[in-house]
Write a protein of this length. Structure first.
Length: 340
């Protein structure tokens, strides 16, 4: 009965002041990525739809997630945790709780976030990482689902243009060293079936924003994920280019470089539209020991066959990052314009 009432409630027409009216209907959105960038987008998107599926990379092996992954033999919960918080109705309060990090004091909980411990405990109790994530989203009344891209364990690897290779996501960002390609140590990783279903049934498939080589591309290295994207020919596919370069991954990268890297890794054109920030208001000094970072933009109207849409997407308080509301609104406006 509870599920029936919820379905009926979500199906009601929205009031004119409700942002979801802009979408024209309760559209199905599949967002592919990971890390902080994905959670920023989800904060804004939840105002437009109750049918959001966040497909999240699970190759993180650093900090709290890395320790939990090694000690408890489960998938890393960090990026999953951030997305669950972002999709919750009271995102600010839940983030304060889930993101609470215990002090580095040498204790057994040292350096861990409460959210990571929560998901780990549920995984052990329920016997399933996927079920633990599902139950958490239900308990927090999230505006959608958070789905690991795979339930298989694997490491993300990288090869640089100088030929050197490294294994493990935390080791990949290296200032001054340009990445040639990233790949999964276990090439037979299977896509999580619910993630595949979400992509196949989506009206919009969004790639990013997020770290290019360690958050966005790792999902597309899973054959089942890339295949699902190709098979959904009805969806509008949009790549949200990062608002700024990133030390150790995309120093001096252009919009073209970002798009080319994704196409090279997934074996073809994965999207037809690219949403790009239109302003450059932040640039660090080139003399920085870790390299420079700056906002990314372009005057091109088309790159590698993709139509470029430029909008003011910058967070005024944090100019190297996207603004959640600006970003989500731009995505929905693009969807409406393309559909027309």
């Amino acid at each position: 009965m509870k599920k029936m009432i919820k379905k009926w409630w979500n199906g009601l027409l929205y009031e004119p002041h409700d942002p979801r009216c802009l979408a024209g209907s309760d559209i199905k959105i599949a967002v592919i990525g990971g890390g902080t960038g994905l959670s920023v987008l989800l904060k804004g998107l939840k105002k437009y739809s109750n049918h959001i599926s966040a497909i999240v990379a699970v190759t993180d092996s650093g900090k709290s997630s890395g320790v939990i992954r090694q000690e408890f033999d489960i998938l890393p919960p960090g990026d999953i945790r951030k997305c669950i918080s972002a999709l919750s109705p009271d995102e600010k309060l839940l983030s304060e709780i889930m993101e609470y990090r215990f002090v580095q004091d040498g204790s057994s909980l040292s350096g861990h976030t409460l959210g990571n411990i929560w998901i780990t405990a549920l995984t052990k109790h329920l016997g399933s990482f996927a079920r633990a994530v599902e139950v958490t989203t239900e308990l927090f009344n999230s505006a959608g689902r958070v789905l690991p891209a795979t339930l298989d364990k694997t490491e993300l690897c990288a090869q640089y243009f100088n030929g050197k290779k490294v294994i493990g996501e935390p080791k990949i960002p290296q200032p001054g060293r340009k990445i040639n390609k990233v790949y999964l140590q276990n090439k037979n990783v299977k896509a999580y079936n619910k993630a595949v279903e979400a992509i196949k049934s989506a009206d919009i498939i969004i790639f990013g924003p997020g770290s290019l080589y360690t958050s966005v591309i790792p999902n597309l290295l899973i054959k089942g994920i890339s295949k699902a994207v190709r098979e959904n020919v009805e969806a509008i596919n949009i790549y949200i280019c990062n608002s700024s370069t990133e030390r150790g991954e995309t120093e001096n990268y252009t919009v073209t470089d970002h798009i080319q890297a994704i196409f090279d890794h997934c074996g073809g054109r994965a999207f037809d539209y690219c949403l790009v920030n239109s302003k450059v208001i932040k640039k660090s000094k080139d003399t920085s020991r870790l390299g420079s970072v700056h906002n990314i933009t372009t005057n091109e109207e088309e790159i590698l066959g993709c139509k470029i849409i430029s909008r003011d997407l910058i967070d005024k308080k944090r100019p190297l990052y996207h603004d959640s509301d600006k970003l989500a609104k731009a995505v929905i406006e693009m969807y409406n314009d393309i559909k027309k």
